[in-house]
Ligand binder design. Structure first.
Ligand SMILES: [Zn+2]
Length: 103
């Protein structure tokens, strides 16, 4: 007959036992200035920084994005990727001929 009461007691005990611990004293929110100050470490090349309009290796217009640059004979050549830069460096003279320079 007392099963229900017993169950209620157990439930009560469990409820109290399971009472979630209060969160520890929370520290004040960390200063967000540090996060804001962290600059984007990825270098972004701009078409204005290079002397060519097209990737000498693959012919892609550099307006689509510059992945890397190379300096050669006082000119800055932009490439869509490091692979294209490596291709250029294998034979810079051919690359220079292939590169479409900005006027
Ligand atoms: Zn390319």
């Amino acid at each position: 007959m007392n099963k229900l009461l017993l169950a209620a007691c157990i439930a009560m005990v469990l409820f109290i036992a399971c009472d979630p611990a209060k969160p520890k004293d929370e520290k004040p929110a960390p200063d967000t200035t540090a996060a804001v100050m962290k600059m984007d470490s990825v270098m972004h090349y701009d078409i204005a920084m290079v002397d060519n309009k097209k990737d000498p290796s693959c012919g892609m217009p550099l307006t689509a994005g510059i992945g890397d640059t190379a300096h050669y004979k006082n000119k800055v050549y932009g490439f869509c990727s490091k692979e294209c830069k490596a291709e250029f460096e294998k034979n810079p003279e051919a690359g220079v001929l292939a590169a479409e320079l900005k006027k």
